[in-house]
Design a protein around this ligand. Structure first.
Ligand code: ADP
Ligand code: MG
Length: 451
């Protein structure tokens, strides 16, 4: 493996450990310039990068390098100003080659106008029962921005595809409706722009810069919670866009009614359009996602390896992708991977015992515990001997697997999600006071986690 390949491997691992924005900022135009024995020298474009990388990422980079090549023990960063673009420098020290590799990292290809990453498309987005509502709503919005659901509010846990999905909307509109002006902004960035506009007395200019936007995409809007001035300004920005039928798309790690310290008037705006969640993919879908990613990367892995990854990496899709990447890199260095090696490599991705719970196991265990058949749990009946086990199952799906309430409601025959909330609260409250129930829950959990 030459230095370029080695650095590329490191970068493809780093992507999964740090945010996209940071990745692009700190790793663009970096490369390994020498490797002798234990020491690697990395060139960076300026002093600022050098400081950041050596202070913040030294350990992580070293560990990643060491994982790939365990002889590496030391890192040094040196400043090497980049050749100015448009000045063709031919046939020198692999600069062209390096550039080609840099381009493979789509994070570096973010559209300057829209801030969208072209990698996030509907085409590359796998749909399953865990995200189909959100996907359908997103497509509908992309086809008719401003007039279908406004705002569109997508929520769910980290690494489950929110950013991918809301950017896919932007990319589709950008491709098909060329005249529409689209802007993707992280809420962190958005809030800091508002704060600095307040500080410098330039709010009107800031607002004017947003006025021509047809589609405003704000990622991780829960970030605005508790920031009162920003909420106030955002409320006005929201209204002025909304009144002109401009599309607003929001993502969050939780639904609007669960964002503490959110002004009521904003909450009711967020709830005024379409709210859809993304939850966890099941085993089959995880396998489909892995295969899709392999195809994108033009790579291949043995079926038993894929099966192992899909069966064991369950936390979220980002981890799934990270695990796949790790295996692919090792396979490239030492072709002829076997399952034992894969298990060893993925130790950090496989969580136990917590992660051995899954939907099927919970339903199975709860039904058995209460001497019911699994299908009884889904019976539309108010009989006490069914209602309680059903509520326990809902409670555990929420508590142990972090299922969203709408997702739980859908699993139980499309019930209203308030039924799921009610079940969760009821069992939670009873668990506090009723030792018998606590004991039952402990027994059920033991069974769920004992394999
Ligand atoms: P979130 O914003 O919810 O934290 P991301 O959108 O950043 O999650 O997704 C994490 C990673 O998983 C990204 O690389 C994304 O492309 C991938 N991913 C998420 N959902 C899907 C999906 N349904 N199909 C294919 N890839 C997905
Ligand atoms: Mg995100």
């Amino acid at each position: 493996m030459n230095n370029i390949e080695l650095w590329q491997s490191v970068l493809s691992q780093m992507q999964f450990h740090i945010s996209r924005a940071n990745f692009a900022t700190w790793f663009q135009n970096t490369e390994i310039i020498s490797k002798d024995n234990e020491k690697i020298i990395i060139s960076v474009p300026n002093a600022f990068s050098k400081e950041w990388l050596s202070n913040k990422y030294n350990k992580l980079i070293l560990k990643t390098l060491h994982d790939i090549d365990d002889s590496i023990r030391e890192l040094e960063f040196v400043i090497k100003p980049q050749p100015i673009k448009n000045t063709p420098i031919k046939n020198t020290s692999g600069i062209e080659e390096q550039e080609e590799i840099q381009l493979k990292f789509e994070e570096f290809k973010i559209n300057k106008e829209t801030n969208l990453n072209p990698r996030y498309t509907f085409n590359s987005f796998v749909v399953g029962s865990f995200n189909e509502l959100a996907h359908a709503a997103a497509l509908a919005v992309a086809d008719n921005p401003g007039f279908t659901y406004n705002p569109l509010f997508i929520y769910g846990g980290t690494g489950l595809g929110k950013t991918h999905l809301i950017q896919a909307i932007g990319n589709k509109i950008n491709d098909e409706l060329k005249k529409k002006k689209i802007k993707y902004i992280s809420s962190e960035k958005f809030v800091s722009s508002i704060v600095s506009a307040i500080r410098t007395n330039t709010m009107e200019t800031f607002k004017a810069s947003l006025a021509p936007i047809d589609v405003l995409i704000l990622d991780d809007i829960q970030f605005i919670a508790g920031k009162n001035k920003s909420q106030e300004e955002f409320f006005h920005i929201f209204n002025s866009l909304y009144e002109k039928n401009k599309q607003i798309i929001l993502s969050s790690d939780r639904p609007p009614n669960a964002i503490a310290e959110l002004e009521d008037r904003l909450r009711s705006r967020f709830e005024g359009g379409m709210i859809a969640d993304v939850s966890l993919p099941d085993y089959e879908t995880r396998l489909v996602i892995l295969k899709t990613k392999l195809q994108e990367k033009n790579a291949d892995l043995p079926e038993d390896v894929l099966d192992y990854i899909a069966a064991n990496v369950k936390k979220n899709i980002r981890e799934l992708e990270g695990a796949l990447n790790k295996i692919l890199i090792h396979n490239k260095i030492n072709p002829g991977l076997n399952l034992e090696m894969v298990k060893k490599l993925l130790r950090g991705f496989v969580f136990s015992p917590f992660d051995v719970a899954n939907y099927k196991k919970i339903i199975e265990t709860v039904a058995k515990f209460y001497n019911l058949e699994e299908k009884n749990l889904f019976d539309p009946t108010r009989r006490k001997e069914i209602v309680k086990p059903r509520q326990v199952a809902m409670f555990l799906l929420r508590k142990e697997l972090k299922y969203s309430f709408p997702a739980i409601a859908r699993k139980f025959g499309g019930k209203d999600h308030t039924t799921a909330i009610y079940a969760f609260k009821k069992i939670e409250a009873e668990n506090e006071e009723n030792n018998k129930l606590t004991e039952e829950l402990n027994l059920i959990k033991q069974r769920i986690y004992s394999g």
